[in-house]
Design a protein around this ligand. Structure first.
Ligand SMILES: [Zn+2]
Length: 454
């Protein structure tokens, strides 16, 4: 009797263990199966037949003898999105859609796709990418442009880059020619913004100080805040200025005063609301978070933070999205790269537009748009297209031990060409001089592509 009872007990325990194992497998399967498929197909190459740009130009055919574009410039401009043959660049964007590409679902498992017949349609334009890379002209940096109403990224170029057919040897890089070669700077870098950050300070001022547009600010070329001197560029005395003039002149003395009025708390709250310190998820890419931390800061540091120096850091993709939010009256479309994915002749994925949370009030966005358009009319002749309202701000960011970083960000206020952009050139000197011609070339290229599509 006793042995029968213990055998029954043992069987029950075994049955319990089996049930437990099965349940935990099912739970893990439900949660992690997409990830298992991605890992089992790490390169993502096997399931893809073709990757095309927004106009149908072939960018990548992994199974072909010559898998990349026939055009060397386009190969260089897109290798960071597509990945290289040596595996130094992870094709995060393509890997994101492996479950759809291999035709996997949780009920049926893999239901097809031997040999690779997946199609991926991107939102980037190969011709715009090429124009942007050419405009960077070998300098390190990044150019990003996207449609702030739909979220389509037309351009996400990073430099330095390389031809995937002629991968460089980077082991001995004493002069740092290839510094950050495998990094997509648009998604995975942060930069000291310099004066493009004055747009954040201006937004906080417009929202919190009712008479800010009626005030004037005096500039004698320098101002002492909490015992430390803040200079304007070349110590130039800008004299008495309105907010509009202070932004166009990028007057540090005026912005030191404006940042004081806004105060550390409201400036920090604005930076957080805009998402400066958040990461965005863009088709496989988690952007690098920026930084903005004024805890324990004295008045001088608050002034420098409002100017765009101090410890401020911004991510180019995130900052471009903020430009889109101003243009779009407070909320921007979230950026994306992949428009459609087909597998086995069927549509498996199609992007949908989603919107950011509100980054700025509608009223302040309208005021800031006019201020930024005035900048372009007064300061940035190259981007002043006739018939198109371009709004922008330049920056020249001081970086310890290096030449200044040139920065430029803005948008076109238009229903027909709703484009927000960011241009960053490392050691580029003046943002207005270095970046604005790059932005002009790339925006024209985008407009031409959009005209051809309509
Ligand atoms: Zn000044």
């Amino acid at each position: 009797m006793r042995s029968t009872a213990s055998r029954t007990g043992m069987a029950l325990i075994l049955a319990g263990l089996l049930l437990f194992g099965l349940l935990s497998f099912l739970i893990r399967y439900a949660v992690f199966s997409d990830e298992w498929i991605s890992h089992s197909n790490r390169s993502g190459v096997a399931s893809i037949e073709q990757v095309t740009d927004r106009s149908g130009a072939v960018l990548y055919e992994p199974h072909a003898d010559k898998p990349y574009s026939e055009d060397a410039l386009i190969r260089k401009a897109t290798v960071h999105l597509l990945g290289d043959r040596e595996g130094n660049i992870d094709p995060l964007m393509l890997k994101q859609y492996i479950p759809q590409l291999v035709g996997f679902d949780k009920i049926n498992g893999t239901y097809g796709m031997k040999g690779g017949n997946g199609q991926v349609e991107l939102t980037v334009s190969a011709s715009v990418e090429a124009v942007a890379l050419q405009a960077l002209n070998g300098r390190k940096g990044t150019v990003g442009v996207y449609n702030y109403k739909t979220g389509e990224i037309l351009c996400a170029v990073t430099s330095p880059t390389f031809d995937p057919y002629k991968a460089p040897t980077v082991a001995d890089d004493a002069d740092k020619t290839w510094e950050g070669l495998y990094l997509h700077r648009f998604f995975h870098s942060t930069y000291t913004p310099g004066s493009i950050f004055k747009l954040v300070t201006t937004a906080a001022a417009l929202e919190n100080i009712p008479d800010i547009q009626d005030q004037t600010f005096n500039c004698t070329g320098s101002i002492t805040v909490n015992g430390e001197v803040i200079h304007c560029q070349s110590n130039k005395a800008h004299g008495t200025q309105t907010l509009e003039q202070a932004l166009a002149n990028s007057c540090n003395c005026a912005y030191a005063q404006i940042a004081q009025q806004v105060g550390a708390q409201r400036l920090s709250r604005k930076a957080a609301q805009i998402g400066i310190t958040d990461r965005l998820f863009v088709d496989g890419y988690w952007t690098k978070a920026g930084s903005f931390d004024l805890s324990g800061a004295d008045a001088n540091r608050v002034a420098w933070a409002g100017i765009g120096q101090d410890i401020d850091l911004v991510n180019p993709c995130q900052y471009m999205t903020w430009m889109g939010a101003i243009a779009n009256g407070g909320k921007a479309a979230e950026p994306w790269l992949v428009r459609r994915v087909y597998s086995g002749g069927k549509l498996r994925y199609e992007a949908k537009t989603t919107y950011t949370s509100s980054m700025i009030t509608k009223a302040a966005a309208a005021e800031l748009t006019d201020l930024m358009h005035n900048n372009v009319e007064e300061m940035y002749a190259p981007v002043n297209f006739s018939g198109v309202k371009v709004c922008a701000k330049s920056g020249t960011a001081e970086v310890y031990g290096k030449e200044n970083t040139a920065t430029f960000a803005g948008f076109i206020a238009s229903d027909r060409y709703p484009l927000a952009f960011v241009v960053i050139i490392e050691e580029g000197g003046s943002g207005a001089r270095t970046c604005s011609p790059v932005a002009a070339n790339v925006l024209w290229a985008c407009i031409n592509v959009m005209k051809a599509e309509s």
